[in-house]
Ligand binder design. Structure first.
Ligand SMILES: Nc1ncnc2c1ncn2[C@@H]1O[C@H](COP(=O)(O)OP(=O)(O)O)[C@@H](O)[C@H]1O
Ligand SMILES: [Mg+2]
Length: 229
């Protein structure tokens, strides 16, 4: 079953920069898809269009068969709760510990306290961070901070985890640990869309790869490699 469709998506930010040029691809529920390409290829733009942070110049983006750019403004928080975002720079609250970072996101989403108390330890356990639940971001390594961010994304029980260069600030060992964690989350049933320019990451996954080059989709292969042109 299709969960996401990009249909002939073009995005022109201004006359000098065509960020995406007629990009089309679908994602099936349960897939793990890498969106690869050099810096500037258009990866982040694809993700921003999905969460309706940007509007397409042409084309449609469907999530659960709904055109995300036709949703009324008040429906956007609901869409975004179904899509757990993870970023290169973690975006943690510096004055809250790991537990509180996850809990805060749930509270903002309107999840009742009893569920927050039950679920935060569960997701921290899943990402392997239970022993550091009380640590503040400055007391965590880069890899650990990214685990908190992934726990926070998971806590809202999203249909998809969308990660934009989640290993961009990590060393090779932590990079592979975070990728293993994303694979585990995928195996537990969550669809994963991973944007990265890291060839080692994409090649080690041996899963579907969609490659963008200067805003064009140049490859889409099952169990592909990141072939850099
Ligand atoms: N807000 C913006 N305004 C103008 N140009 C932008 C904006 N965001 C991205 N771009 C341009 O769009 C292209 C694709 O950017 P981006 O989607 O961030 O690529 P990637 O994530 O693959 O590095 C680049 O040429 C970039 O400079
Ligand atoms: Mg980017």
């Amino acid at each position: 079953m299709k969960i996401i469709s990009f249909e002939n998506i073009s995005k022109v930010y201004n006359s000098h920069s065509v960020a995406l040029d007629s990009v089309s691809f679908d994602i099936t529920k349960g897939e793990f898809v890498s969106l690869a390409g050099k810096s500037g290829a258009g990866k982040s733009t694809v993700l921003k269009l999905l969460i309706a942070e940007e509007r397409p110049t042409k084309g449609r983006v469907l999530f659960d068969n709904q055109d995300v750019h036709k949703l009324p403004q008040r429906e956007l928080p609901h869409l975004r709760r179904k899509i757990g975002m993870v970023f290169q720079d973690y975006k943690l609250l510096t004055d809250r510990n790991a537990f509180e970072n996850v809990a805060y996101a749930m509270e903002v989403a309107g999840i009742p306290d009893e569920y927050v108390k039950r679920d935060v330890p569960q997701v921290l356990e899943l990402v392997g961070l239970s022993p550091k639940a009380n640590n503040f971001p400055h007391e965590l390594s880069g890899g650990e901070k990214q685990r908190v961010a992934i726990a926070r994304a998971l806590a809202q029980r999203p249909e998809v985890i969308v990660a934009d260069e989640p290993t961009g600030n990590l060393d090779p060992i932590n990079t592979m640990e975070i990728i293993k964690l994303l694979v585990k989350i995928n195996e537990l049933g969550t669809t994963v869309l991973l944007a990265t320019h890291n060839k080692e990451v994409v090649d080690s996954l041996e899963r579907r790869v969609v490659i963008l080059d200067e805003g064009k989709l140049i490859r889409d292969e099952e169990k592909g490699k990141y072939i850099i042109t």
